[in-house]
Design a protein around this ligand. Structure first.
Ligand code: C2E
Ligand code: MG
Ligand code: MG
Length: 705
């Protein structure tokens, strides 16, 4: 099969360094070939014997099937034909070896429809390298021919070192001629190409060279059967290489869609950036995230059909790009497309528009029609970022913008990105923090104002930074919201909170745990699934969890955020509007959304005693919540006087230092044990039942302060 990225069949520009290189060596090779053929004797005697044809067949076959190993293209793959040609050279001398090597190579390349100039150049290089090996042998008085073939015992103990030296010359000449041409072709530069490939090539070719004396011994027996025996170890090598390639493929590809995975993408991205730097072109990075479609299919038709949908999307994406471009699946409903060597950013925009159109074609599954929308963020190398990781982050910033604006496609704009270098360093640190488990959850109780029963525990994240000490969430969450790391932080928080809730439940302290999610999480259509999976894994009923959403998110991020909020409610998970009063939520929205709690922002609560305005605000929110059947919770209650004033206003519950500061898991457990009556009979509070619109919110709870 032809490698689509292989452009070497296009002839070099006349007069270019590559043209000179190829012309000089093709001519030199042709000259040496002609000279060798003029000395060709004894072919008839050899060709009468089956041994010669078995050898010829093995040379041709091993030329057609190189030994492809993981991470190497077919172009770089070593060929066992080298072993046989060197063996022929040892036993019968140069003319026969050159004849076999050059004609088989030429024949195979032409049959594979490679350009003639390239086939001739490769055959010339093979001829010259064989001649170099012969020259070394000749210089060492190792001279054999069909009339006087080499036999076991000739040259005594010096046979093997002499053959190995010849093998080194054989490899060195071939490697230099070919690699310099590759370096000049890719404009990577000859020296860089040599440095890049010499280690691997020297290793595998010297292994092949080292087996040449054994092949020569087999030929020297004069028996075709001995040479055929070589097919067995070779078959073992091929099978091993094929298995490694398969294993490598599995490690670098997504099982569901067969696309490259994130690991492979990062590797390719680095290669492409290096190439683009040399050739002064740009690289386009497109990050795609499905807006809707997958969730609907998963919910209505099940995950198996959802998987089919993902495969279909993958298929549409791969068929909408050019050869040489790359599509990868990063996980869930997130894909990436890599465009190497683009001239203008406008090309990337065109590709993005094409991809959106391809994905948006209605899909019929199980008799139902679905339309899939996708948001795409574009970042260009080197204009938007000069390194791979940064390029991915910036495409992510652009994708987030495309979702917020509902524009479908956005290019990264530095002005809209609040990621300073210091913030990017923070992302690097946070990545490590997630891997090393430096994030930790603390818990702060919420209590009912009337009787001080425990209303729930809010999980608040803390970052135990090894150098900077404890970092508060306000110092990193707003920045992380701009990056794809937010998803991982939220996944960590949800899992941590559910693990703790399950532990408390096992000890008889059944309480509701709240987690905070950011605006970005609500744009992620996978959040509801993440929550549902977590609950199922910990065998917890949905009412164990309460999701807190900043009120402003719902006013500024409409459609998608509301869709996720509704998906959560459908899963039976209750929602709380955090920092209420700061975002001007309309009454209509509050009524429509599946919200069961509003948390009055501490900026109002803290001043109710001295500011009549703030008192009015808090009282209105409390009344509004009460009218809608929603629980009101005052945040930031720091004194008994404020708590008393809130109670007088009819506020249902409160949270703040006056009751308890956020505590680590151990202290929070001790607090719960102290303030709760263990193993109390669970009883439903407020009469709510879990349901799609307004789920049960109040946990069975019996703890008093
Ligand atoms: P929030 O959800 O409104 O959380 C309440 C914040 O008020 C907490 O700050 C808490 O420690 C603090 N607080 C509680 N009682 C008092 C009080 O009486 N007086 C004062 N002055 N403050 C009080 P914290 O833990 O620093 O969290 C700050 C914000 O960071 C949170 O505000 C929340 O929006 C965000 N956050 C915390 N954890 C997470 C998380 O896991 N994920 C996300 N997305 N955001 C989080
Ligand atoms: Mg909160
Ligand atoms: Mg708050």
């Amino acid at each position: 099969m032809r490698d689509p990225s292989d452009t070497r069949d296009i002839g070099p520009r006349v007069g270019s360094p590559l043209w000179f290189h190829m012309a000089v060596f093709t001519l030199a090779g042709a000259f040496v070939f002609a000279l060798s053929m003029s000395r060709l004797t004894g072919l008839n005697g050899i060709a009468d014997h089956p041994l010669f044809w078995v050898l010829a067949a093995m040379v041709v076959l091993s030329q057609i099937w190189p030994i492809v190993t993981p991470g190497r293209s077919r172009l770089e793959a070593p060929k066992a034909s080298n072993t046989f040609c060197l063996a022929v050279l040892i036993v019968w001398g140069l003319p026969i070896a050159v004849l076999l090597r050059a004609t088989s190579l030429l024949g195979v390349l032409v049959a594979q429809r490679k350009a003639v100039h390239r086939a001739a150049f490769n055959a010339a290089s093979a001829t010259l390298s064989t001649a170099a090996a012969w020259a070394v042998l000749y210089g060492l008085d190792f001279r054999y021919s069909p009339a006087n073939p080499w036999h076991f015992g000739d040259e005594g103990i010096w046979a093997v070192p002499k053959i190995l030296l010849a093998g080194v010359a054989y490899f060195a000449v071939n490697f230099l001629i070919i690699t310099v041409a590759i370096g000049l072709h890719s404009r990577e530069g000859a020296l860089t190409a040599i440095r890049r490939t010499i280690g691997y090539q020297a290793f595998v070719n010297l292994v092949l060279v080292a087996t040449a004396p054994l092949a020569a011994l087999a030929i020297a027996t004069g028996s075709a059967q001995f040479v055929l025996l070589f097919a067995f170890p070779l078959a073992a090598i091929y099978a091993n290489a094929a298995m490694s390639v398969q294993r490598e493929h599995q490690a670098h590809h997504d099982e569901l869609t067969g696309l490259s995975n994130r690991k492979m993408l990062i590797r390719k991205l680095d290669d492409m950036l290096a190439q683009a730097t040399v050739s002064s072109t740009k690289v386009g990075f497109l990050l795609l995230d499905l807006d809707r479609g997958l969730k609907e299919v998963n919910d209505t038709l099940g995950h198996a059909v959802g998987d089919r949908l993902l495969r279909l999307v993958a298929h549409r994406l791969t068929h909408s790009i050019r050869p040489g471009d790359m599509v990868a699946r990063l996980g869930g409903d997130e894909f990436a497309v890599l465009l190497p060597a683009v001239k203008e950013a406008s090309v990337a925009r065109e590709v993005a528009a094409r991809l959106r159109a391809a994905v948006a074609e209605p899909i019929r599954l199980e008799g139902m029609s679905f339309v899939i929308e996708v948001s795409i963020g574009i970042a260009m190398y080197p204009d938007d970022a000069t390194a791979g990781e940064l390029l991915m982050q910036r495409a992510d910033v652009a994708m987030y913008l495309a979702k917020q604006r509902r524009s479908g496609v956005e290019r990264y704009v530095a002005d809209l990105d609040r990621n300073s270098p210091a913030r990017l360093a923070l992302f690097g640190d946070l990545r490590r923090a997630l891997d090393r488990g430096e994030l930790e959850l603390h818990y702060q109780p919420k209590v009912y104002l009337t009787d001080r029963r425990v209303a729930g525990m809010e999980a608040l994240v803390r970052w135990q930074h090894p150098e900077r000490g404890v970092i508060a969430p306000d110092d990193f969450i707003p920045q992380v919201q701009q990056s794809y790391l937010m998803r991982e932080v939220t996944a960590f928080v949800i899992d941590g909170a559910l693990t703790q809730a399950a532990l408390w439940r096992q000890s008889g302290m059944t309480t509701q745990v709240s987690v905070n999610v950011s605006g970005r999480d609500l744009l992620d259509s996978g959040l509801a699934d993440l929550v549902a999976e977590g609950l199922a894994r910990h065998r917890l009923p949905p009412e164990t969890l309460l999701i807190e959403i900043d009120e402003r998110v719902l006013t500024s991020e409409p459609a998608h955020a509301v869709a996720t909020a509704e998906a959560l409610a459908e899963a039976g998970v209750a929602l709380s509007l955090d920092d209420f009063g700061t975002g001007y939520s309309s009454l209509v929205r509050l009524k429509r959304l599946p919200v069961c709690e509003v948390k009055v922002d501490s900026s109002f609560v803290g001043r109710i005693l001295e500011s009549p305005d703030d008192e009015v605000v808090v009282k209105s929110i409390v009344d509004l919540a009460s009218a809608l059947g929603i629980r009101s919770v005052a945040e930031g209650v720091e004194s008994a006087d404020i708590a008393a004033a809130l109670l007088a206003m009819g506020c249902v519950a409160a949270q703040g230092w006056h009751f308890c500061r956020p505590l680590n898991a151990v202290s929070a457990t001790a607090w719960l044990a102290e303030h709760g009556e263990r193993d109390r009979q669970a009883r439903p509070i407020n009469g709510h039942r879990p349901g799609p619109r307004r789920p049960a919110v109040m946990p069975p709870s019996g703890w008093r302060l």
